[in-house]
Design a protein around this ligand. Sequence first.
Ligand code: AMP
Length: 358
Amino acid sequence: MRIGIIGAGQLGQMLGFAARKLDVECRFLDPSISPPAGVCGDVIQRPFDDPKALAKLAASCDVISYEFENVPVGALQEIAGTVPIYPPLDALRQAQDRLDEKRLFEQLGIPLPGYRAIDTRDDMVAAAEALGLPMVVKTRRLGYDGKGQFLVKTSADVDKAWKTLGAQALIAEQWVPFDYEVSSIGVRNVDGDVHIYALSHNVHKDGILHSSRSPVDAPELAEKAAGYVRRLLDHLDYVGVLALELFVRGDDLLANEFAPRVHNSGHWTIEGAATSQFENHLRAIMNLPLGSTASRGHAGMINLIGEIPAAARGLEAGHLHDYGKAPRAGRKLGHITVVAATADDRDALLDKIDTNVT
Ligand code: AMP
């Protein structure tokens, strides 16, 4: 069995490590030189939408998957008849467009912040009136880690937002004064079996994930979030891992977005769950029985962004994952995971690492 993965970044690398455990070979497609996943499989070094490279990948693999959601769907459609591609392209297409994504949440009865589609400056003015301020304006496509976003605080910001982002299709969303953010990660295999991981509490800094802690001591919220993930997985006839990010406000959950792939907020599952999200993604797309998603304790994860400080290499407690990427401001270079018997012990370990390392 050989699995073709489009993208050879750190998510590809962690999929590649999980594949070794299952005695499965991975082959990657990525235009970069020496990408992280190069240590665990052959890399076809071509653009993601190169038809010949995609055809080569399809012809040499039993199933194709991807590690990031901006893969051009049209290019994948060219090979879709020749090899199974999971997660399904319809899920990928809807996740690529924030407007389609929000309409899908509405259709499935998943609560979300108020929003408006914006194509003109007048639409933006009307959105500010309808939603109230502050509101956040986002590009419909190709946004990630808070990029392509503009916070409109006063009506004077409307012009600035329009000048900054107005060349593209946009949406505006109500700004949610959330208590905290969570993600629920689920996995579904070809046979339709579904498993869901414990909820993660996520902290973002400058739009980039900083840390995750799981489980969250809020069983009712966890059950509600798991129900939403299950709805998405079943509706999309989904195969693989899916992550749903939500805002928590009191007893309410509001969906922000979903990612049709393994997710940074699930990195704790490598040490902190019976089966990691990476292994379960592979199991799902190969239609193997899914592994248990039960937590092994109280897990936490801190991202290492921009550099891997020397202190990260001599930790008393904690697992360092170094993706082998060149340092650069704002770049995810690695992460540290801790697992403890209690939430208090986990928090103490994580806080110490946060103070001494990041
Ligand atoms: P996104 O790229 O949409 O996931 O946004 C990145 C981060 O910006 C989120 O994880 C939140 O911390 C924040 N954010 C995005 N949209 C909103 C919103 N409507 N209200 C409050 N915070 C938001």
